[in-house]
Write a protein that binds this ligand. Structure first.
Ligand code: ASP
Ligand code: MG
Length: 407
């Protein structure tokens, strides 16, 4: 007998027919003699609908009331999933985040899990129930409902798996696993059988949004091995863990494109200590996530600063920086929204040279101009023209022969 946590995302429980299918899979897992804890998301679209209703009534709904509202989406699906199981003769009980003992800090709409008191779940399991836990929500010490930020049901699954020492954590979604590139863009992309936490994190932050990044960070920290797989078929998915067997052999594991980036250029600023600090402090204080940064030191004590931010933040970046320019002695700001970030990811880069040269050559051969470059131990990111982004993904994927990666 094994202990299994299964998490089903919004499309997997999108309507009653799909909920019935999910219940069949849960029953199958149960009939194989396993203890099963299931975490579900809200039906796809429901969280957005609730948010839209909130905003139609109030320009800035309070975070407490938002949590009260948004947590409802998951409560619908836990009850329906439990009922579907009852209809099949399976013993099941639904639990809200609070009932499951998920305690968080006091920050509404992006709460952090502080502890899981798993006594209730343990008791439910001991009594022979399948337990269906509402994703994305918890309770704080004041008894208030909190939520974990968009995509937060993944985090519930990881936290449950860690708390009850599950043997397996399966993340069911609408794709077969993690691919070497987006299969809609790169038609010969391959499904990866294994991936390390670090690679998964880099891919998640580079535009491959299979899972919430925070949940992957949590899994890494608590060593939760998980599998990303489809709820629409029985194909094996992608197993994500610390060490993977191919690590030495395969240098690059994936190529991703993020079109939700804008480039901000702050030009003709004084080249003296403290200038960059003031610019980036203003952005940091407003929670604007800055990704790539390049500074060209110009002539005669004048410099240019270029960086990228999420597209939705570019206008507010300009507003934040205008007063800073006055403070630092002048300069100009321009935004380019028609850019994309291409990222090449693989842990093997740590020990192999020539990866950057191969990417640059592939782009050069296709006359794709490189705008900005940044690197980490396991990733190279390049900003290019948005119109060339898909083509860039295809030529880079081909240059590393990712279509030949064996499953
Ligand atoms: N329902 C929440 C959302 O849509 C949480 C989740 O689905 O993971 O973001
Ligand atoms: Mg999700």
């Amino acid at each position: 007998m094994a202990r299994i946590v299964q998490k089903y995302g919004g499309t997997s429980v999108g309507d009653v027919e799909r909920i019935r299918k999910v219940a069949e899979r849960i029953k199958l897992t149960r009939d194989q003699g396993n203890e099963v804890v299931v975490v579900v998301s809200a039906r796809s679209g429901v969280t957005n609908e609730l948010l839209a209703r909130a905003k139609s009534l109030c320009d800035e709904p309070s975070d407490r009331e938002l949590d009260m509202l948004l947590s409802v989406g998951e409560q619908e699906t836990i009850a329906l999933t439990a009922m579907a199981l009852h209809g099949m003769g399976v013993d099941a009980v639904s639990r809200t985040g609070a009932q499951a003992g998920i305690f968080t800090d006091k920050v509404h709409t992006r709460a952090k899990i502080q502890a899981i008191k798993s006594e209730t779940i343990e008791k439910d399991l001991a009594e022979g129930h399948v337990v269906i836990v509402a994703g994305f929500q918890g309770i704080n010490e004041d008894g208030q409902i909190t939520t974990f930020g968009r995509g937060g049901s993944d985090l519930t699954a990881m936290a449950m798996a860690a708390a009850i020492h599950a043997d397996k954590c399966e993340i069911y979604t609408d794709v077969d696993g993690v691919y070497t590139a987006d299969p809609r863009v790169v038609t010969d992309a391959r499904k990866l059988s294994e991936l390390s936490y670090d690679e998964m994190l880099e891919l998640a932050s580079s535009g491959t949004k299979v899972m919430q990044s925070r949940s992957v960070e949590f899994a890494k920290k608590h060593n939760v091995v998980f599998e990303v797989r489809s709820s629409f078929n029985f194909n094996p998915g992608t197993i994500v863990k610390e060490e993977v067997s191919y690590m030495e052999k395969v240098v690059v594991r994936g190529v991703s494109v993020d079109k939700d980036q804008a480039k901000v250029i702050v030009s003709n600023i004084l080249d003296k200590p403290g200038t960059s600090a003031k610019v980036f402090r203003a952005l940091a204080d407003a929670n604007v996530l800055v990704d790539m940064i390049v500074q060209n030191v110009g002539r005669q004590g004048i410099a240019n600063l270029t960086f990228t931010v999420p597209q939705g933040d570019s206008q507010s970046a300009v507003k934040l920086l205008e007063p800073v320019l006055d403070e630092i002695g002048g300069g100009q700001i321009a935004i380019h929204e028609h850019v994309a970030k291409l990222s090449v990811v693989g842990v093997g880069m740590k020990t192999h040279s020539g990866v950057a040269a191969t990417v640059f050559q592939a782009l050069a051969d296709n006359e794709i101009n490189i705008d900005l470059i940044s690197t980490s131990e396991i990733k190279i990111s390049i900003v290019i023209d948005q119109d060339r982004a898909d083509e860039a993904a295809r030529v880079t994927h081909a240059a590393f022969e990712l279509d030949k990666i064996g499953d």
